[in-house]
Design a protein around this ligand. Structure first.
Ligand SMILES: Nc1ncnc2c1ncn2[C@@H]1O[C@H](COP(=O)(O)OP(=O)(O)OP(=O)(O)O)[C@@H](O)[C@H]1O
Length: 456
């Protein structure tokens, strides 16, 4: 087996982890508050930046990366920055490039999934896969599961495509495969036994198709590193600075991946000609890890995010430095006080108190309506008032807890001829509206509802 990677065993300067502040160009630090500045400049094995909403974490992360490049503490290829979305990765790359220009070329700024795809394509052979493996998206997964459930006729046991897909995803995010699950399953329970068989056939189907699903990308990379320490060592040697954004939303597999990547390189995996500083045992110290997050902003618990990853960071990395970013640059103090009061009752959180120098601002208005339509009418009236006072519609936003709540507001906005756009969810108006909105009236068949039903 041959392993190919970019040249990286020649650090710029000393590759160790200096603990004193580096000589960073002051222009890069311009405008930062003292905590942000410390978060950019701190050097050590592990750093947790607890960043409240709107506290400038993106500015800090990008400047931290830029400072590593500018001071030549790292080659671009030695930096791995992980974000949660491709959009965030592109934005971060652009912002780093604005700060250091072409010096950012060759740096890995990507999502967990993209980074794992790159690693797996290079090392696929070790996994018994062809490097041109296919990636199954959720539609491919659903199609295969639908076929398997039908073949096995297990829908009668309550196994649906979404429930099975969700359970398989959860297991993979916990790094459990078919064999691990088989050991813990209750074989006397027909539904459990059926699920195990579906999971088994699904895994075999993926392998026959030389395919991996989204969750496999991360789990298989972890398995690869654990099964082939020499492969893990390649990436441990390569990435000397690992930065992870939105750490509160990492699941167990993502957490395990970061743990593998930040392990020290064992002496037997250190090339004889390395110019990297070695530790007392002749190995290479683990990569420097920076994570940014906020337990109060965790939003992915439903898909396996484990808030303990951030809350227990200091246990996992005992030498970690913790820096709190509490100054908010987006909101007024009244809004922050309300937010602080709400998040104060979150469990498992790092204590912090958001503040601003922007002043108290307007008071918050609370309104309790009698119905969803009552609430929606209130919102629409407020929008009209603001608009008449000179505010542009595009500068206003309405937030919802669940997508289904858009329906009442959309109805009222349409009626009031207020232009709007739904972000992040399908518009409820694309659903068969009259049938869903007037089911009772349709049965009563007044002339108006008859027409509405006919139009649906
Ligand atoms: N030191 C600072 N002085 C003035 N403005 C700042 C400072 N730091 C950040 N900001 C501004 O605060 C806003 C939020 O910054 P940024 O987007 O980096 O924050 P964030 O923590 O990533 O936000 P969120 O997590 O809520 O998305 C931006 O408009 C940014 O320009």
């Amino acid at each position: 087996m041959t392993f190919l990677l970019d040249g990286f065993d020649s650090d710029p300067g000393d590759s160790g982890l200096p603990s004193s502040a580096p000589a960073v160009d002051e222009a890069l630090l311009a405008g930062l508050n003292p905590q942000q500045r410390e978060a950019v400049l701190y050097r050590g094995p592990a750093l947790l930046i607890v960043a409240g909403a709107g506290s400038g974490k993106t500015s800090v992360l990008t400047r931290r990366i830029a400072s590593l490049l500018q001071t030549r503490e790292a080659w671009p290829s030695q930096i791995l920055a992980i974000t949660f979305t491709n959009k965030a990765a592109n934005e971060m790359r652009e912002r780093v490039e604005q700060l250091v220009g072409g010096a950012a070329d060759g740096m890995w700024i990507s999502t967990f999934h993209s980074a794992c795809v790159r690693i797996l394509r290079r090392q696929a052979e070790a996994m018994g896969l062809k490097s041109a493996f296919t990636i199954y998206d959720s539609a491919d997964t659903r199609a295969m599961l639908k076929r398997i459930i039908k073949e096995l006729e297990v829908d009668t046991l309550g196994l649906t495509v979404p429930s099975v897909a969700g359970k398989i995803s959860k297991l993979k995010n916990e790094l459990a495969d078919v064999d691990t699950y088989a050991r813990q399953v209750n074989a006397d329970d027909p539904a459990d036994a059926a699920f195990l068989e579906v999971f088994r056939r699904y895994s075999e189907g993926l392998r026959r198709a030389n395919a991996l699903d989204f969750d496999d990308l991360i789990a298989e990379t972890v398995h690869l590193f654990r099964a082939f320490p020499e492969v893990a060592a390649l990436y441990q040697r390569r990435f000397r600075h690992i930065l992870v954004d939105e750490y509160q939303d990492t699941n167990h597999a993502q957490y395990a991946l970061i743990r593998e990547l930040t392990r020290p390189v064992e002496p037997q995996h250190v090339p004889a000609d390395t110019r990297t500083r070695l530790d007392a045992n002749g190995g290479i110290p683990g990569a420097s890890l920076t994570v940014v997050g906020d337990s109060d902003q965790s939003i992915y618990a439903f898909r396996g995010a484990d808030i303990r990853n951030i809350v227990e960071f200091e246990r996992d990395y005992p030498e970690a430095q913790v820096i709190l970013l509490e100054q908010n640059y987006r909101s007024t103090q009244n809004i922050l006080d309300a937010a602080n009061a709400v998040i104060a009752s979150n469990f498992d959180r790092q204590e912090k108190n958001l503040f601003t120098t922007a002043g108290a601002g307007d008071k918050i208005t609370g309104f309790t309506g009698y119905s969803a339509y009552d609430e929606a009418q209130f919102v629409a009236d407020e929008i009209q008032k603001l608009h008449e006072a000179g505010a542009a519609y595009k500068d206003m936003a309405v937030f919802f807890r669940v997508n289904s709540q858009t329906r009442a507001l959309e109805d009222i906005l349409i009626r009031s001829a207020i232009p709007y756009r739904i972000a992040g969810a399908p518009s409820s108006t694309s659903a068969p509206r009259s049938r869903m909105r007037w089911p009772t009236s349709c049965r009563s068949r007044t002339p108006l509802t008859t027409w509405l039903c006919a139009a649906s």
